[in-house]
Ligand binder design. Structure first.
Ligand code: SF4
Length: 473
C-alpha cells in the first residue's frame, strides 16, 4: 500500500517545490473537471441516476455475502476458477503460483489498482516472472520506476516532454519516435505488441463483477485490456470483493456514470464483458480463467463506521475536484490510493496507525462529495478518521494542550475575552502592516508559506456590544 518511505510532510514539501509537477497537475485536473462537468450536464436526469447508482452500491454492500456466493457459483458454472485471498500477500501469492505453474516467464497486465494494492509486480519479479504493464500510462510509470499518481490517469503528473525523454533514455527511441503524443503512442504500441504474443498469462483487474451471471466487466480506452484477457492462454482477474453489482441492468447504471465521472466520455472506448474462459465454439479467448477475490481489510471495513468507502467505483472524480490533490499531486499521499478517496480508503484498509496524516490532507470543502457519482460522503468519513486519530492519541502533544486550554477558556467568557485581548497585543509586537511574518513553535508551519493576518483591534463581541448600545442607549 505504501509508495514512499518519506514522511507525509516531506512528500508534500517535495511536491510544492516542484514547479513542473504543479503545472502538470493544474492542467490535468482542470481538464478532468471540465470534461466531467460537461459530460454530466449533457446527461438527462444525471442527479437521479447518481442517486440510483448510490442505492445500488448500498444495496449490494448490505447483502455482499449473498451476492458473493451468487457470483462465485456463476463463475464456476461457466468454467472459471475462484480463489479467495484474505490478505494482499495471499492474493499476490495466488497469482504468482498460477503464473509459475503455467511456466510463464512473462505476464502482461492491464491497468488495475487492486494489483497495485497487493504489490503484485514485486511478487512476480521475486518469483522470476516479468510483469509488463500494457496500459500506456502504466507502461510509462513502470519504465520510470514510479507508482501511478492518479486512479485513472496514472501519469497525470508528467508532461509529454518528460515521457518522450524517458522513452529515449530507457527504450532508445529516436527523436522522430517521440516528436509528439501520436508518435510516442505508436512507438509504445510497437514495443508492447511483441509482449502480448510472448505472454502465457494475462492479468487484469475488474471494474465490476455481475453476481447473477458471473460476468467480469472491464472498461478501458486502449485495446490492451482486451488483448490481456483474450490472447494469453490463461487470464487471471484480480478483484476486490466489494466490486459487485447484482445484475446486468445494475451494471448499465454504473457504466452510465463511471466514464462520465472519470474522463468525461459517455462510454469508454472498450467495455469488455468476460463470462468464463473460451468455450468449444469460441474462435478465441483463454483456455483458463481464474478470479482472485481480494479481501485485504474490506470485510473489516464493511462492519465498521467507514463502510461507505466501499461504495467507491474508482472513477477518480474526487481527485480532480480536490484542491489539495490539485496542488500536491498523487505521490504526496504516499499510498497507491491517492486523493480524497485514498485519504479514507488507505487508513480504512491498512489501519490508521501509519496513516494518521492522510485524513488531514483535506480542506473539507466538500467538492469531492459533490463530484462523486455514487454520492460518497468523503468529508464525513475524513472527520470520522480525524476523531479516531484523536481518540487514539495520534494528534501532536502541543495541539492537544492548546485545544485543552481553548476548551477551558471557551466556558469562561470573561477569561476568554481577556485572553483574546492579550493575544492580540502580544502578536501585534512583531507585526508589520497588519501581518505577522513568522509565528513561533509549531505555528511556524503556517507562516512558512503565507503571512498571518493580525487579529482586528476590536473583536466581534466588541462590535456586537457597540451595535447594541446604539440600538438601546
Ligand atoms: S470516492 Fe467517488 S468520486 Fe472518488 S473515486 Fe470513488 S467513486 Fe469516484
Amino acid at each position: 500500500m505504501r509508495t514512499s518511505p518519506l514522511p507525509f510532510v516531506r512528500r508534500v514539501e517535495q511536491a510544492l517545490a516542484d514547479p513542473v509537477l504543479r503545472r502538470n497537475m493544474a492542467v490535468g485536473t482542470s481538464r478532468q473537471r471540465t470534461h466531467r462537468l460537461e459530460a454530466m450536464a449533457a446527461l438527462p436526469g444525471a442527479d437521479a441516476l447518481r442517486n440510483h447508482a448510490s442505492r445500488i452500491r448500498a444495496h449490494t454492500l448490505a447483502r455482499l455475502d449473498e451476492y458473493l456466493e451468487q457470483f462465485v457459483a456463476a463463475v464456476r458454472a461457466r468454467g472459471g476458477t475462484v480463489h479467495w485471498a484474505a490478505t494482499a500477500a495471499e492474493a499476490a501469492s495466488i497469482v504468482t503460483t498460477i503464473a509459475v505453474g503455467e511456466r510463464a516467464r512473462l505476464v502482461v497486465k492491464s491497468k488495475s489498482m487492486v494489483t497495485e494494492e497487493i504489490g503484485l509486480n514485486a511478487a512476480l519479479e521475486a518469483a522470476g516472472v516479468t510483469a509488463i504493464e500494457t496500459d500506456l500510462g502504466e507502461f510509462v510509470i513502470q519504465l520510470a520506476g514510479q507508482h501511478p499518481s492518479h486512479i485513472v490517469a496514472p501519469i497525470m503528473h508528467m508532461s509529454k516532454e518528460q515521457v518522450g525523454a524517458l522513452f529515449v533514455e530507457r527504450l532508445g527511441a529516436t527523436p522522430e519516435e517521440v516528436v509528439d503524443v501520436a508518435a510516442m503512442t505508436a512507438f509504445a504500441r510497437r514495443v508492447l505488441r511483441e509482449r502480448f504474443l510472448e505472454a502465457a498469462v494475462g492479468v487484469s483487474g475488474v471494474n465490476f463483477g455481475v453476481a447473477s451471471t458471473g460476468t467480469l466487466c472491464l472498461v478501458t480506452n486502449e485495446g490492451n485490456g482486451r488483448l490481456c484477457t483474450s490472447l494469453p492462454r490463461v487470464h487471471v482477474a484480480v478483484m476486490g470483493i466489494e466490486r459487485l453489482v447484482p445484475t446486468l441492468d445494475d451494471l448499465g447504471v454504473m457504466l452510465d456514470v463511471l466514464a462520465r465521472s472519470a474522463t468525461g466520455q459517455a462510454l469508454t472506448v472498450y467495455t469488455n464483458l468476460v463470462t468464463g474462459p473460451r468455450r468449444e465454439d469460441d474462435a478465441d479467448g483463454p483456455e483458463a480463467l481464474h478470479v482472485v477475490l481480494v479481501d485485504n481489510g474490506r470485510s473489516r471495513v464493511l462492519g465498521s463506521e467507514l463502510a461507505e468507502i466501499l461504495y467507491c467505483i474508482r472513477c477518480g472524480a474526487c481527485l480532480g475536484a480536490c484542491p489539495v490533490y490539485d496542488t500536491v499531486g498523487g505521490h504526496a499521499y504516499g499510498s497507491v490510493y491517492p486523493g480524497p478517496v485514498g485519504a479514507v480508503a488507505t487508513p480504512a484498509l491498512d489501519g490508521l496507525g501509519p496513516w494518521t496524516e492522510l485524513p488531514h490532507a483535506s480542506s473539507l470543502c466538500g467538492a469531492c462529495r459533490d463530484a462523486c457519482p455514487v454520492r460518497l460522503d468523503i468529508p464525513r468519513l475524513l472527520l470520522l478518521l480525524r476523531r479516531q486519530t484523536v481518540e487514539a492519541g495520534g494528534s501532536p502533544v502541543w495541539l492537544r494542550l492548546a485545544l485543552r486550554a481553548h476548551a477551558a477558556l471557551a466556558v469562561r467568557p470573561r477569561l476568554y475575552r481577556l485572553a483574546v485581548r492579550l493575544a492580540g497585543r502580544v502578536l501585534a509586537v512583531g507585526a508589520r502592516d497588519g501581518y505577522i511574518e513568522r509565528l513561533p513553535g509549531p505555528l511556524a508551519a503556517w507562516t512558512a508559506s503565507r503571512s498571518f493576518r493580525l487579529p482586528a483591534r476590536r473583536t466581534f463581541l466588541d462590535e456586537v456590544a457597540r451595535e447594541r448600545r446604539k440600538v438601546s442607549p
